[in-house]
Design a protein around this ligand. Structure first.
Ligand code: DGL
Length: 272
């Protein structure tokens, strides 16, 4: 018997919020994480580029013999995943459907805010996914382009973050949303700061836990012998980045409090 091996990727460190949820949900699983920091941010890349990057990264992870891949990037999930479902031999789980289900469950009034990258907002993916579950819902989106570069610099609190969040979130509150979806995997690292802006009565929705549950179900449905439960000490996660491994390691320590071990630098595809 062996435990499941799960590939996880994002443009950078945002997908660590999903890695954390998968580690909590499948404590025995071996996590293989790739952060495409050299080509980040994806928020303004063209859909064709994002699709190419995603195919390259999934092929790379399949070469690591993963049993499933979590697309821990809303931008890739929104722009590229729909055109690729079914192209691979292992389950590929994205963010949008899970985030939409979580949002619909969380919202009492059906007025739902989504904060995301410019690309995810332009795609309208959350609006469509939420409408398919709750047609009367009203989705109000807000692109937050300055947040990912700040988080990738390790800036997750302080005046600059507070000001940016107030600017981005006030229009959602003014529109009367009762819940806000983290439509970018980087944003849950700002949870305390977002809470300070929205106050106690707004529900903050992180799709990650649902994604982790979907990954676990998909893996077990395909091969029930991959238990995904720890009986022995779990294998430490393996971290890889296309960018600077030292910077990446520092961010894993800062954001998750995990010891990343030796972060490997791997180059996948071309830069542009
Ligand atoms: N973390 C990614 C997401 O969930 C994208 C960040 C970016 O590269 O712009 O959308």
């Amino acid at each position: 018997m062996r435990y499941a091996r799960i590939g996880i990727f994002d443009s950078g460190v945002g997908g660590l919020t999903v890695a954390r949820a998968i580690a909590d949900t499948m404590p025995g699983a071996h996590l293989i994480y790739f952060g495409d920091t050299a080509r980040m941010p994806y928020g303004d890349r063209s859909p064709n580029q994002i699709a190419r990057f995603m195919r390259e990264i999934i092929m790379f992870l399949l070469g690591q013999r993963v049993d499933a891949v979590a697309v821990a990037c809303n931008t890739s999930s929104a722009l590229a995943l729909p055109g690729m479902q079914g192209d691979f031999d292992v389950p590929i789980v994205g963010m949008i459907e899970c985030g939409a289900i979580a949002a619909v469950e969380a919202s009492r009034t059906g007025r739902i805010g989504v904060i995301a990258t410019a690309n995810t907002v332009r795609s309208g993916a959350y609006g469509k996914a939420i409408a398919s579950l709750r047609p009367a819902a009203r989705v109000v989106q807000q692109a937050c382009p300055s947040l990912v570069p700040m988080i990738e610099r390790g800036e997750v609190s302080g005046e600059g973050i507070g000001r940016a969040l107030r600017d981005y979130i006030q229009p959602l509150l003014a529109a009367g949303v009762d819940s806000i979806v983290y439509g970018c995997t980087h944003y849950p690292f700002l949870d305390a700061e977002v809470r300070a802006v929205v106050g106690p009565s707004t529900t903050l929705v992180d799709p990650a836990i649902r994604v982790a549950c979907a990954v676990k179900s998909a893996v077990l449905a395909r091969d029930p012998s991959l238990l995904g439960e720890a009986e022995t000490p779990p294998i430490p996660p393996r971290f890889m980045t296309s960018g600077d491994p030292e910077v990446f390691a520092r961010l894993v320590r800062l954001l998750l409090g995990w010891d990343p071990g030796r972060v490997e630098q791997v180059s996948i595809g071309t830069r542009g």
